[in-house]
Ligand binder design. Structure first.
Ligand code: ZN
Length: 315
């Protein structure tokens, strides 16, 4: 089908949210501290609706159920990705997400949450929490129960344009001043290990110590992926990651690029600059889906795009 599907955004207020997303999307609703903007989601906690064309007003969840052909009729009971912007106006809680198996059993059949971040902005010398220093589960548990956070938690300095893979089981936290584009499995299950003893409406937010200890990966270990770069006339294409959860590609367009959509579907979003796709103007924040069988498309302008899809499993 020769039609691109653009989506409306869903904004989420968070105690740690900042003001950058409000400015970026020109939000004038009476909502402050926007922590997240869900741009592509078929999750009930923030459904994307189509804002243009013949599917206008329908949710991505409905399309996934009723119009399978848009997604190359790939298997799966849920649309496999959830994409959002996150603006950490303050430090986020130290957290860890379950994998499919644990979430399926203990979180009402939910999917697990493997995610990845593209760092859009951060303060200088910005450190996030990423991984930990325990070498056994016993040591991990002991340090958690003692609240020995500075001994346990590992810090990582991040820079604009870093790409960070966060598989389920990774202990992590974004820190104040970071803004990221997150591509993740369609799940909203977060186990909070430590929340800096903060209060929300007079009460501390719930912690999930047992679940966090259960699902934390010990020792911390992340498989590395060497990005593959391909330079063309007017564009640079970088494959940032490709695994069984997702394939994420960065396109830096400075001129024009044309290629054929040869995946079951592709989701694209502009993270910097502006331009057009097949003559339709796009700017920072816009996200759209290119359906299966769309054919050739042309990106033009001066902009950076993050494209993602899932790689169908081969048996
Ligand atoms: Zn997370």
């Amino acid at each position: 089908m020769r039609e691109l599907l653009f989506f409306n955004q869903v904004f989420k207020e968070k105690i740690w949210g900042g003001s950058k997303l409000k400015a970026m999307f020109n939000v004038d609703e009476g909502i402050s501290n926007i922590g997240e903007c869900w741009t592509v989601s078929a999750h009930l906690n923030g459904l994307s609706t189509v804002r243009n064309g013949s599917f206008q007003g329908l949710t991505l969840k409905q399309l996934w159920k009723e119009k399978k052909e848009l997604f190359g009729s790939i298997e799966g009971d849920e649309f496999p990705l959830l994409i959002k912007f996150i603006d950490a106006g303050e430090d986020l809680s130290i957290q860890v997400h379950p994998d499919d198996e644990y979430a399926g059993q203990w979180a009402n059949g939910s999917k697990g949450k493997t995610e990845c971040w593209y760092i859009l902005d951060c303060t200088s010398n910005c450190e996030i929490i990423f991984g930990h220093n325990a070498s056994t589960k016993e040591e991990f548990e002991k340090l958690v129960l003692q609240g020995a956070w500075s001994l346990l938690l590992n810090k990582l300095t991040v820079y604009k344009d870093d790409f960070i893979y966060v598989p389920s089981g990774t202990v992590h936290a974004l820190k104040q001043g970071t803004m990221v584009l997150e591509i993740q499995q369609p799940s909203d299950v977060t186990y909070r290990l430590y929340d800096y003893d903060r209060v929300e409406n007079g009460k501390p937010r719930q912690l999930h110590i047992k679940e966090s200890i259960d699902v934390a990966m010990v020792p911390h270990w992340i498989e590395s992926y060497e990005p593959q770069v391909c330079k063309g006339n007017g564009f640079t294409k970088t494959v940032l990651i490709q695994n069984s959860f997702f394939k994420v590609i960065k396109y830096e367009i400075n001129g024009a690029m044309a290629q054929t959509q040869d995946e079951p579907f592709v989701v694209m979003g502009v993270i910097e600059g502006s331009g057009s796709i097949d003559g339709i103007e796009v700017k920072i924040g816009d996200h759209w889906l290119i359906p299966y069988d769309y054919g050739c498309y042309r990106l033009e302008g001066k902009m950076t795009i993050i494209a993602s899809n899932t790689v169908p499993k081969t048996y």
